[in-house]
Design a binder for this molecule. Structure first.
Ligand code: NAD
Length: 490
């Protein structure tokens, strides 16, 4: 049994009530997580620690973050197993992607903060302008269950690096690795109150973070409805909010694409992490000349995925995160049938699982055809292992179909024609467009979505700017004694 605790002011403490933790692979209770109602104590601790953390030399903040990254890396296997048990993802995926990426998030922001400098401008002979990047104060970080530690660190790392204290709330479904990170933060001696982690339900403890005006900004990753509600909650007090939300991402394969690698990448985009990645390609747009070949290849790849106990190293496809989420995805598959679609691969709970996984929340990778863009199946995010294949005949039609949803997070296009790529990629309404690849990420580039997929950008300097306020000091030259050029020491 695992009993997760809140981290408040440098101490691990329980809440009055708890929620059960259920393993997606077995369906069994394996621990508890605090059901915290209010984050007020954590916000108070963060508020009290803010001025000394802000005054801590940037090199020391960076050193502590590197120490935390090193400590997580040393516990790679324990973190990978915990992430797999909590989320249902293959342990091998957690070991090779999620946990290394969490380590990299901490390291990248710990290093980049050393280069993130105040700006200095000489304004003719009259004045100098200094732009200071001042920490917001207390930042609320709210993260989802699909990439638990990866996205948790993606949010806390820039906030801590820029000198903010943090109140973080991981998903109530997958809290264990954030709790483990909190213990390591204590081991490497993060000062009390700098990183606080509270657990519980979104509408309870999550909402209490959002509503508290001592929290200067909230960085949120999760569903669009929740993001909209958070933005509305914060609008009246004009506090900053960054929203990374859902997607209905198109993968587009043109007739001139190198087919085998395109199909493999499209299958990965549909089914990686059981389709539970915001960047998954739920809509596969295929030129009519290669439609049959692509559908056949996609189904072959889906059928070949090894489904099983996520803790087995050969498993490629694990369990969905919860019973409720699997019910939801199954209902969407049924709705696709009702809309006239054909489920040509998967669509059912798999046979042949080991005995201890019989009550787990497994669902086969699923391919659907026969639905156009007017179907709700092609408009609403499923967030599971389901891809709908749609034929097109012209480049213009492909772009039109790609843009025909309320979402705009990402897209992937496959073509061997550089001119076509140069026409199509910029025409797609999305925060990221991959050409002949998928999920290649660079820390320096902005990440986020347009339309219902997001507000603002994270990653790189965008994240550092979100976590700070620009304060400009304009000083008339030659009006003071002393050697400095402006009011701000360089
Ligand atoms: P969710 O919106 O239900 O929950 C996300 C987080 O918000 C959780 O920690 C939850 O407890 C909290 N929350 C819920 N209600 C809240 C409230 N009223 N106030 C404050 N916090 C609240 O999302 P989810 O089901 O955990 O995650 C799946 C969604 O996340 C999908 O839509 C997926 O596309 C999206 N997602 C987006 C990105 C991205 O980068 N754009 C990345 C991963 C996941």
């Amino acid at each position: 049994m695992v009993d997760v605790l809140n981290l408040i002011n440098g101490r691990h403490v329980p809440a009055d009530d708890t929620l059960d933790l259920i393993s997606p692979a077995t369906g069994k209770v394996y621990g508890t997580v605090p059901r915290t109602i209010s984050a007020s104590d954590a916000i108070m601790a963060a508020h009290d620690a803010a001025s000394s953390w802000r005054a801590t030399p940037v090199r020391e903040r960076s050193r502590l973050m590197h120490a935390l990254a090193d400590a997580i890396e040393s516990d790679l296997l324990a973190f990978s197993e915990a992430e797999s048990i909590d989320n249902g993802k293959p342990v091998e995926l957690a070991r090779t992607v999620d946990i290394p990426r969490a380590v990299a998030n901490l390291r990248w922001f710990a290093s980049s903060i050393l280069e993130f400098e105040n700006e200095h401008y000489e304004t003719g002979s009259r004045a100098v302008n200094d732009v200071l990047h001042v920490p917001v104060g207390v930042i609320g970080a709210i993260s989802p269950w699909n990439l638990p530690l990866y996205l948790f660190t993606w949010k806390i790392a820039p906030a801590l690096a820029t000198g903010n204290t943090v109140v973080a709330k991981p998903s109530e479904l997958t809290p264990v690795t954030a709790w483990m990170l909190g213990k390591l933060a204590q081991d490497v001696r993060f000062p009390p109150g700098v990183l606080n982690i509270v657990h519980g339900l979104g509408p309870e403890v999550g909402q209490s973070i959002v509503d508290d005006t001592r929290v200067g900004a909230v960085t949120f990753t999760g569903g669009t409805a929740t993001g909209r509600h958070i933005a509305e909650s914060m609008a009246a007090s004009f506090r900053k909010v960054s929203l990374e939300m859902g997607g209905k991402n198109p993968t587009i394969i043109f007739e001139d694409a190198d087919l085998e690698p395109s199909i493999s990448t499209a299958a990965a985009a549909a089914f990686a992490n059981q389709g539970e990645i915001c960047l998954c390609g739920e809509r596969l747009l295929v030129h009519e000349d290669i439609y049959e070949q692509v559908v056949e290849g996609l189904c072959r790849q889906a059928a070949a995925l090894k489904i099983g106990d996520p803790l087995e190293s050969e498993t490629q496809f694990g369990a969905l995160v919860s019973s409720e989420h699997r019910d939801r995805v199954e209902a969407m598959i049924q709705r696709a049938r009702d809309e006239g679609g054909q489920v040509i691969q998967g669509g059912s709970r798999p046979d042949g699982l080991p005995d201890h996984c019989r009550d787990g929340f497994f669902l086969e990778p699923t391919v659907i055809t026969g639905l156009d863009m007017t179907a709700r199946t092609n408009q609403e995010e499923i967030f599971g292992p389901v891809v709908c294949v749609i034929p097109f005949s012209t480049e213009a039609e492909a772009v039109e179909l790609a843009n025909a949803t309320d979402y705009g997070l990402s897209a992937a296009i496959f073509t061997s024609d550089a001119d076509r790529a140069a026409r199509v990629a910029p025409a797609i309404e999305a925060g990221t467009v991959w050409v002949n690849c998928w999920l290649v990420r660079d820390f320096r580039v902005p990440f986020g979505g347009v339309k219902n997929s997001g507000l603002g950008r994270e990653g790189g300097d965008d994240a550092l700017r979100f976590c700070t306020e620009a304060r400009t000091i304009c000083t008339a030259t030659k009006t003071m004694k002393g050697s400095a050029q402006g009011a701000v020491p360089s």
